[in-house]
Write a protein that binds this ligand. Structure first.
Ligand SMILES: Cc1cc2nc3c(=O)[nH]c(=O)nc-3n(C[C@H](O)[C@H](O)[C@H](O)COP(=O)(O)O)c2cc1C
Length: 188
């Protein structure tokens, strides 16, 4: 059974009805009945920044607390959906902090994080002002997927701005109807 984990990276307050989440909800609405969905807001998780001890200790203990919850959710999904606004042409800090933890999880003995991630599909749902200027962020996600390697479903991009702006982007909402179900290997 497919299990989609939607990781919300916006820094808006809880309940702010952001554009990227709206676009993701439109995409998720087309998933077949029985598809498991987990929605997590990265801003709700508290954890220390990643410490690079790759070339000192070399390994990391299994995470605890909120990080353990994030890892558990990551491991449990078949499809990881990064739901992220563009911040300064890049990932918001909360998403980057989560991705940096992957470097620790790759070194938790017995976790086999690289192999486990290679069996999942990575999706990227983005809103921002300018699709062309979001390319660095889209490339980052694609390259992260290639690292494992894990299949990358390409990007679903919508025109964002103030809450509700995405409703004016008919093309993005139309694309949302098939993005998660077809997941073509779109050119990013
Ligand atoms: C800190 C910050 C940086 C941003 N940087 C960019 C940017 O580099 N390019 C862009 O097109 N939009 C940028 N935006 C605008 C957001 O990408 C846009 O409003 C987006 O739709 C917000 O998504 P949300 O409603 O899901 O939070 C930025 C917004 C913030 C708060």
């Amino acid at each position: 059974m497919r299990h989609f984990l939607f990781l919300l990276a916006t820094a808006r307050e809880a309940g702010a009805d952001g554009n990227t989440e709206r676009l993701a909800r439109a995409a998720a609405a087309t998933l077949p009945p029985g598809t498991v969905q987990t929605w997590l807001r990265l801003a709700d998780f508290r954890f220390e920044p990643f410490v690079d001890q790759r070339h000192t200790v070399g390994t990391y203990p299994p995470p605890t607390g909120d990080l353990a919850r994030l890892l558990e959710a990551t491991l449990a999904c078949t499809d990881l959906v990064l739901v992220s606004p563009v911040y300064w042409y890049s990932f918001p800090a909360a998403l980057k902090a989560y991705l940096d933890q992957w470097s620790a999880w790759l070194r938790v003995p017995g976790l086999n994080f690289r192999q486990v991630m290679g069996a999942k599909r990575l999706h990227l749902i983005v809103t921002g002002g300018d699709r062309a200027k979001a390319q660095p962020m889209i490339d980052s996600a694609r390259l992260c997927a290639e690292f494992f390697p894990m299949p990358f479903a390409g990007v679903l991009f919508g025109q964002g701005g103030a809450p509700g702006a995405i409703e004016q982007d008919a093309a993005a909402l139309a694309a949302a109807a098939t993005y998660l179900t077809e997941s073509p290997e779109a050119a990013a």
